[in-house]
Design a protein around this ligand. Sequence first.
Ligand code: NDP
Ligand code: 2IT
Length: 448
Amino acid sequence: MDSYIESVYNAVVEKDPTQKEFHQAVREVLESLEPAIQKHPKFKEFAILERIVEPERVIQFRVPWKDKDGRIQVNRGFRVEFNSALGPYKGGLRFHRTVNLGILKFLGFEQIFKNSLTGLPMGGGKGGSDFDPHGKTDAEVEAFCTSFMLELNRHIGQFTDVPAGDIGVGGREIGYLYGAYRKIKNVHGTCVLTGKGAGWGGSLIRPEATGYGVVYFVQEMLKTKGEKIKGKTVAISGSGNVAQHATEKCIQLGAKVVTLSDSNGNIYDPNGIDAEKLAWVKELKNVRRGRIKEYAEHFGVEYSTESNPWVYGTQIALPCATQNELDGKEAQALVDGGVIAVGEGANMPCTPDAVEIFQNAGVLFAPGKAANAGGVAVSGLEMAQNSMRYFWTREEVDRKLHEIMVGIHKTAYETAEKYGKPGDYVMGANIAGFLKVANAMIDMGYLS
Ligand code: NDP
Ligand code: 2IT
């Protein structure tokens, strides 16, 4: 690492020594920015790196709520408002027992560059809570969401900060959060949250957007090698929003998805998950809120708590669960099994050594901030539709999503080439995302 970049990185680690995931995300971005920092000395002169690694604002609050037995529970709520150079802070809310400030800072930091790549006017932010929705009743989730919004409402707004979903926050949670916001503020029709229901201000295709977008990005990468997704076997991890819709798009394009997982284990279906089986998975996960193990029992296929989705010799791998879920050993198993393309549906699912293994083996590798940007891109389109008091059809939104993903691929590809590392989508995405934000920060003066 260049000594200036290294000093910025060391200061980040020194200030918050326990925030491991944040360090990892910062290191990956800073390392790949080296040629851009050397080419444009103004970024050092204006202390852009020192400023960009520091959130503009961090909000932390207490979230008390009553469980089904009438007992008072207390969780921790957060919103990290990281960078608003390009637009209002924008990014999801994660409800998961592992949530802490370091994880939300990593996610908020990634979001800055991802949102920049979409080309839409959105800054970067992230929030959430260590509340665990697993096994909670709807009434408990509603009680928690209402209490969470009782504090969060003071900090968000269509021109300030616009949250959405992430792990543990889907249509049900956005509904309760929006309902609480509407009661507190007595307003309807402002775009204060995205991922809303299609009947009350949500955009068609928003639920599908992240998963579809990942597959659109992988399609573009394959094209550069004269390859198609049709007929390929695909391993997917997770079985939530992103995994389900990545599976759906793969099926539509004639690929065969053979794995899905959750935090307990993975299934392997050698015949492929078809549209009917996927409909069953959606009902299992989104309505009955069951475990992926039940798929294996229902369809009579293999289920493993010891294995992982990466050992079945698939040509494409789409990690769509969570950060650092795919390590070097698993990357090597994928390479040995003949993988040709990896697309990160989740945020930072591949560890740094896994990424290195893919890149050294010549595997097409799409980093999350490029590949999974479709979700936030359609959130941006939801904001646009809300501002117009109008809506677009499914076909129209899907066409725009496709255009945006093709555009992000082109930008990342061309930027990597321009900065001397053709085919390195990590470098291409990081530099392209960074340049727009950094130049905006310079234009707006040193306080921004
Ligand atoms: P969901 O909550 O819908 O699904 C998450 C899935 O990942 C579940 O199957 C869950 O299993 C699994 N999972 C979560 N944590 C772990 C863990 N520690 N180990 C193993 N499996 C785990 O979330 P999403 O599908 O929305 O999000 C998945 C990923 O995609 C996240 O990294 C998120 O940040 C990212 N992302 C999401 C976007 C969106 O629009 N929703 C946009 C861009 C990125 P279990 O039920 O057992 O917890
Ligand atoms: O990681 C992400 O990009 C998201 N969870 C979606 C954010 C959004 O505002 O739609």
